[in-house]
Design a protein around this ligand. Structure first.
Ligand code: ADP
Ligand code: MG
Length: 501
């Protein structure tokens, strides 16, 4: 760090010397911005790496929730006790022990207490909400554990900033999947029930109810939640005006900004809004921010902003017990599910089985149905109507077992899910390295908001064992082994010690 200024000075003076020597006109290293151009808070990708500022750490101690004031005696506090806060502004923040401290409208408070049945803010809510709802409404990059209540942070942020008198989009939330956009809109509508704030969901429609965008009236809903493709389409066809947008949220922000995710779309939306609406607060929320994404975010976020981060070693949920099970062949996985796990039937809650491909989803589905099990399967090749129907049935508790590709690995919130099975471990292609982030998101579908949960990881062959041990090393967590895949007793004691039986 101490060398940085010297390095910069050296390179600048070298350039100057070269230009003088050859008498070629070289533009100064930093072009002054035209007077009319507003300062950009979100730099272009090509921009130089933002100079590292001496950003002060916030006193998290003063933000921490008093242990004696835990939310619900029957639940463990979500495991986000070590959030590290960093601020580049002088704005002092005090964490909110109660929702009242946030100066929310009575209608919003009613939504929180009566509709959502929340009693108190969770830790991430207590820390981030004052940052979100207090002027000057700084941008925020916030990481917190799976199931710790991040949706409420940005949903309350959006609802509290919308002016009910203006019938135009004022808040935008972008999500990676249609399922998550729909779920987030449902939360927003429930929480905002008494506010009269309107919302629209910008997700792809089935051909049966598809109306071409140019045949639609302009969007007047005050909050728009959707996936990047549809949002972009609505914006470029001028049906979604953004001049009143003052808050822009990215849920699962690391995926939204990943190079192999939705980076281009997200940046395009961000910049189109910034061009028209000068004071738009940007919120980036996720349980995971790997180094590559963190570095990228550090490059593009300029100006005063707040950050909340959690070390990767502290991200696994303590309330969710993880196990690994070595099986001799692929087919044994089905046997284990059927004879060792589903044996406990109704005593277990709802289960999600994650598979790697649509093909293995169909194969597993077929085998389980043949064996007489009632399960549904979801993946991206189904029609959107089928996808919506399968999610609804599962959320309504009509189905107990859901087989899914990574379509639902992020964000899907169903409190009754207490068992997750990694039928295949999550890997990145083409090199089949473990996908650490997806692993963490998958296991976070169980144990919502401190509830108890169990995860079984099936390992077939040495490659799987290697992937598993890399995952264990990455998160600094030892995953216990169910030593004999044929032993009913071992599965029973695993489920017992996870608190499920
Ligand atoms: P994530 O941080 O993974 O996005 P969610 O926002 O989906 O988590 O919240 C997980 C669950 O916790 C949801 O079912 C939500 O209703 C519940 N929850 C969130 N905040 C509170 C709270 N303050 N009190 C009680 N339950 C809450
Ligand atoms: Mg979430």
């Amino acid at each position: 760090m101490a060398d940085t200024p010297t390095e910069v000075a050296t390179s600048t003076s070298t350039e100057t010397a070269t230009s003088t020597a050859t008498s070629v006109e070289v533009p100064p290293p930093q072009q002054p911005k035209p007077a009319t151009e507003l300062p950009k808070r979100w730099a272009d990708i090509e921009d130089e790496v933002a100079e590292e500022k001496g950003v002060p750490e916030l006193d998290v101690g003063s933000l921490a929730i008093d242990e004696n004031k835990k939310i619900n005696k029957f639940l463990d506090e979500p495991e986000d006790s070590n959030i590290k806060a960093v601020s580049s502004s002088d704005t002092p923040y005090t964490s909110a022990y109660t929702f009242e401290e946030l100066n929310l409208s009575p209608e919003l408070l009613k939504g929180l207490y009566v509709e959502m049945k929340f009693e108190k803010p969770s830790k991430i809510q207590a820390i981030s909400l004052p940052m979100i709802v207090t002027p000057p409404y700084l941008d925020l990059i916030a990481q917190a554990h799976n199931g710790s209540g991040k949706t409420t942070c940005f949903t309350l942020g959006m609802l509290s900033r919308v002016d009910p008198k203006i019938q135009a989009p004022q808040a935008l939330c972008i999500c990676p999947t249609r399922e998550l956009a729909i779920q987030n809109q449902e939360v927003l509508n429930k929480m905002g029930k008494h506010t009269g704030i309107t919302s629209a969901c910008a997700v792809p429609m089935d051909s049966s109810n598809y109306i071409p965008i140019n045949k639609r009236p302009p969007i007047t809903a005050q909050v728009v939640i959707g996936t990047p493709g549809t949002i972009k389409k609505w914006m470029s066809s001028k049906k979604l005006g953004v001049s009143y947008v003052k808050i822009l949220v990215f849920d699962e922000a690391d995926q939204m900004l990943a190079e192999d995710g939705f980076r281009d779309d997200s940046l395009r939306i961000m910049r189109d809004i910034e061009r028209i609406s000068s004071h738009c607060q940007v919120l980036l929320f996720s349980a995971t921010f790997n180094e590559a994404v963190k570095n990228f975010v550090a490059k593009i976020v300029k100006g005063n902003h707040n950050q909340l981060f959690v070390k990767k070693e502290e991200l696994s949920l303590e309330s969710v017990k993880q196990y690994k099970v070595k099986v001799p062949e692929e087919l044994s996985k089905i046997m284990v599910i059927k004879e060792r796990i589903f044996e406990f039937g109704e005593r277990l809650g709802q289960t999600i089985i994650f598979v790697r491909t649509k093909n293995s989803a169909s194969m597993l589905h077929k085998s389980l149905v043949e064996l007489g099990y009632d399960c549904t399967t979801i993946h991206g090749n189904l029609t959107v109507d089928d996808r919506d129907k399968i999610v609804k049935e599962f959320k309504d508790g009509l189905t107990q077992v859901l087989i899914s590709t990574d379509l639902l690995s992020r964000g899907f919130d169903q409190q009754q899910v207490n068992l997750v099975i990694n039928y295949d471990l999550p890997v990145k292609y083409p090199n089949r390295e473990p996908d650490y982030e997806v692993y963490l998101h998958r296991i976070g579908r169980a144990g919502r908001f401190g509830r108890k949960g169990a995860v079984f990881n099936f390992l077939c062959g040495e490659a799987d064992q290697m992937i598993m041990s890399k995952i264990e090393n990455h998160f600094g967590a030892k995953v216990e082994e169910v030593a004999d895949w044929r032993s009913e007793e071992e599965f029973k004691s695993a489920l017992k010690s996870a608190g499920l039986l």
